[in-house]
Design a protein around this ligand. Structure first.
Ligand SMILES: Cc1ncc(COP(=O)(O)OP(=O)(O)O)c(N)n1
Ligand SMILES: Cc1ncsc1CCOP(=O)(O)O
Ligand SMILES: [Mg+2]
Length: 211
């Protein structure tokens, strides 16, 4: 019996690296999931539709064993098809209001980049969380638009969980949490670490109350 899946309030939001070998992807994922991320996003910008479908299903099985909710990047129809908990939509990933209407049970995340007006529109369209960033230079996505941590404070009034992304390390994480981030979305900081499980736990310490 798998553990029940509950949607978390805050924590590390782990995102998969671009890995086209499914066995290798799962082998990299297992130790990271052992660290206990709050959420996992399946993202693979190097895979075509068939491989994405295969990998999303395989990743969902691992998430179910670990009791961790899965969000599918870019493709809410795939998320719905495989029974994932959510989908993440950016500016090129279709209409959020259409996804909201077609998939009322899916948690929908919206990329808001550095743009408060976009966040307001996403909230009205039915987003379940708002993602901002990149807050720091990201080797994973070097051309990502940059955002200022003040945006996390400025978006508090929208009343939705806020996700920070982009070049986040255990060292710069506490500043983003202090500015209002509910989730820290991370790829390289975990998957390029020598000990991915320890890296996950290091991010979670950013959410610990101060002594
Ligand atoms: C949690 C989270 N935040 C932002 C993104 C970026 O989405 P997008 O702008 O669509 O860029 P790609 O990830 O598709 O390259 C994300 N995936 N997850
Ligand atoms: C998808 C995405 N969007 C903005 S930065 C980024 C990549 C985040 O990866 P990393 O944590 O390795 O900087
Ligand atoms: Mg996208």
């Amino acid at each position: 019996m798998n553990a029940p899946i509950t949607w978390p309030l805050r924590g590390l939001y782990l995102i998969t690296p671009d890995e086209t070998d499914t066995a290798r992807l799962l082998a990299r994922l297992r130790p990271a999931l052992a660290g206990g991320p709050a959420l996992l996003q399946y993202r693979n910008k190097a895979a075509g539709p068939a491989l994405r479908r295969e990998q999303a299903r395989a990743v969902l099985a691992l998430c179910r064993e670990a009791g961790i909710p899965l969000v599918v990047n870019d493709d809410w129809r795939l998320a719905l098809e495989i029974g994932a908990e959510g989908a993440h939509l950016g500016g090129d990933d279709g209409d959020l209001a259409e996804a909201r209407a077609a998939a009322p049970g899916l948690r929908l995340g919206a990329s808001c980049y550095d743009d408060l007006a976009r966040a307001q529109a996403a909230a009205v369209a039915g987003a379940d969380y708002l993602a901002f960033g990149a807050f720091f230079p990201s080797g994973t996505k070097p051309l990502a638009r940059r955002a200022h941590p003040g945006l996390l404070r400025d978006s508090a009034g929208l009343g939705l969980p806020r996700v920070a992304i982009g070049g986040i390390t255990p060292d710069n994480a506490p500043g983003l949490v202090a500015a209002g981030a509910d989730f820290l979305a991370v790829i390289a900081g975990v998957f390029a670490a020598d000990d991915p499980a320890a890296a996950v736990r290091a991010y979670h310490r950013a959410f610990d109350p101060l002594p």
